[in-house]
Design a protein around this ligand. Structure first.
Ligand code: SAH
Length: 260
């Protein structure tokens, strides 16, 4: 049975944004400052080194999420704990597994989910404004979701004609999922549909490319696990600002109401 009020601890599940403290919220920074323990993957903790002095830091590795969640829930009975999760913790992040573990344990620990800037909106901002209206978000990682399910979701998403954001587009373990997704996109979208690729948004090594869906084969090698891909919708277009600068615009529909 849950035992509300048990211990004196608290567990903050902190969204650390795309990878630079500048993109973290004040609430996220405060939660880390107020915590005795900070738990997280090394790649999320590295940019926060200056916030970690005097803290008990528990660094964990990818693939150990369940153990990390259990440890955090257990420590948070008696201590303030910050579990750091990249981007937004509720978007392909640690929030759900921590809540599940706490529910299964019948834990009464106080848990606060602190939102962060997710890769979709961080990447969109680098591309212009591709996600101005309705859009869909799909992860191409088949570690926790079968590929058939992902393919079915891709079909439905591209059939809607709205922009589609692809997380986890490629990794060494799944080199073909991105090409498969692009085949599905090509069945529903015109070849001149804008496509944006953002690698390492707001962190070292950032690259931004804007091309069309018909040209995507040329980008295939640049897509990796640090990338987010946004395929535009039926109304999205590319603004060629000049020779070197492009922007993706998905109109919200003001042109249907106003003259400008
Ligand atoms: N919780 C995270 C997503 C974790 S899934 C969030 O809300 O952003 C990991 C995937 O997120 C990566 O494979 C990549 O597709 C995307 N991603 C995370 N950070 C990124 C960044 N700085 N630039 C581009 N893509 C990023």
């Amino acid at each position: 049975m849950p035992s509300p009020g048990e211990g004196t601890g608290v567990l903050y599940i902190v969204g650390s944004g795309p990878g630079n403290p500048d993109q973290m919220t004040g609430q996220a920074l405060r939660a880390i400052r107020d915590s005795e323990y900070v738990i997280g993957n090394d790649s999320y903790l590295a940019p926060l080194t200056h916030l970690l002095s005097g803290k008990k830091v528990i660094r964990s590795s990818m693939g150990k999420e369940v153990e990390r969640a259990k440890e955090a829930v257990s420590l948070a009975r008696d201590h303030p704990v910050a579990m750091v999760s990249g981007g937004d913790p509720g978007v392909y992040g640690m929030a759900s597994i921590v809540l599940e573990v706490a529910q299964h344990a019948g834990s009464g620990v106080r848990i606060e989910v602190i939102p962060g800037v997710t890769a979709a909106t961080a990447s969109a901002s680098r591309l212009g404004s591709p996600l101005s209206g309705d859009f869909a978000v799909i992860s191409l990682s088949d570690l926790l979701t079968p590929m058939e399910v992902i393919e079915e979701r891709l079909m439905h998403a591209f059939a809607m004609g709205i922009p589609v954001v692809l997380y986890n587009p490629k990794s060494r373990g799944r080199p073909h999922n991105f090409a498969r997704a692009m085949e599905i996109a090509a069945r529903f979208c015109e070849p001149d549909t804008p496509l944006g690729l953002v690698r390492n948004a707001f962190r070292e090594g950032e690259t931004v490319e804007i091309i069309t869906l018909g040209e995507v084969a040329a980008l295939e090698d640049k897509v990796d696990m640090h990338s987010t891909v946004i395929v535009g919708g039926r109304e999205s277009r590319i603004w060629m600002v000049d020779e070197d600068v492009r922007r993706i615009i998905t109109p919200r529909g003001y042109h249907r109401k106003y003259v400008y």
